[in-house]
Write a new protein. Sequence first.
Length: 517
Amino acid sequence: MIFNCRKLPNSKLSGPISSELGKLENLRLLALHENNLYGPIPSELGNCTELQEIYLQSNYLSGLIPSDLGNLSDLAYLNISGNSLSGSIPPSLGKLNKLITFDVSANFLSGPIPSDGVLSNFSGNSFGGNRGLCGKQIKVACDGRPPTSGMPPKLAQSSGTKRNSGRLFISASATVGALLLVALMCFWGCFLYKKFGKNDGRGFALNINGGASVVMFHGDLPYTSKDIIKKLETLTEDHIIGSGGFGTVYKLAMDDGDVFALKRIVKMNDGFDRFFERELEILGSTKNRYLVNLRGYCNSPTSKLLIYDFLPGGNLDEALHEKGEQIDWEARLNIILGAARGLAYLHHDCSPRIIHRDIKSSNILLDGNLEARVSDFGLAKLLEDEESHITTIVAGTFGYLAPEYMQSGRATEKTDVYSFGVLVLEILSGKRPTDAAFIEKGLNIVGWLNFLVTEDRQREIVDPNCEGVQSESLDALLSIAIQCVSSPEERPSMHRVVQLLESEVMTPCPSDLYDSE
């Protein structure tokens, strides 16, 4: 009898993969992709020697890739991308000589990619999105040495002499490397000094007077280009108030007391200017009370400078995780609703519609009353180049990215909805999506939610330090979050999310307080 799992992809499956599958000796196809599975890949799958195809992508699987998969001599298709797998790629997979497709991208794998065997035939796309990997397939050297060749340990440790020689070689290499690093730093310092000139602590050497121009999108600012450029030239590192994937943010205070936020973006390439200006015109025309207002920009020879309204409350990431301030239930609901309205405006009311692509707590800014404003919308598209999708994934927001986005690199409104769902869970729990407590259990925040749902304990996700939690609004909010992080076709639009928040979450029964005990 031949067994397969063709009807199980995208079937809302949740929980770990059972090791009992290892008893299905005639299993030829295992297709469990695009579900909510978590935990390790069972090493017992190595007993299913008839397996020809394994599809486990777009789940929440964690732990190591079992070396036992190297026993599957008939395996032709192996896709385990878009999970949370860690550790190295087992050299035993190089023995799978019938492999036609191999994809481990968008995980947390590290170490050398085996260079011997069939894995040497696959391109960098099969390994992308793993920041710790190195090897010839992705053109990343492994600590300055050739990638490991898969040599058996006994040969590598055949004698004490070779071990001592190896230690001496490593010590000498480290010394030489340190000296080269010092020399490189000196060279780079001289290069910057010659290129930008001495700074004397008065500014950050933008060379603004060399052909810079200032474009303002709204006519309610009583400043000339000369006024703005004069102020820009006074900025130093002391004025930095934040930094992120898109650039460094400075606090820009004008003489009349008005304060703005200046985002400095390093120029990408020579053909960038026309595209940059066209896209900024679109972003500058986008104005809504739930969006951070883009006032204008300055084009300098070395940088692009975006001028935004300054919000004194900082960003939501700081408020939740760094400042130590307690945010009560009502304030959290208002922040969620404000972020939803801002994102819904981008998706449904802008022309053309704008996909944010990088929804996360650090891109939700707060005013003095903890009212939320969505920031950095459109910048992911603005700064992308031919490798933009891979760069965005690697840049550091794994916990917020939809599984299908990590798999394909294609951003849609539904990938924004997924990120918003993660943001809701972060606000509810007070924990970052990739909190260490999740990683230790091989999960992220969505995997944790799925685990709690299977045990009917989803209320336990709420931050125990949050005061005034109401059970009715909590249950409604959890329902919305679950929809947002489900499969793409089941996610609601942001317009629908706002409707649900307004009708089911923001009007709870005031007497029904949630007892966290």
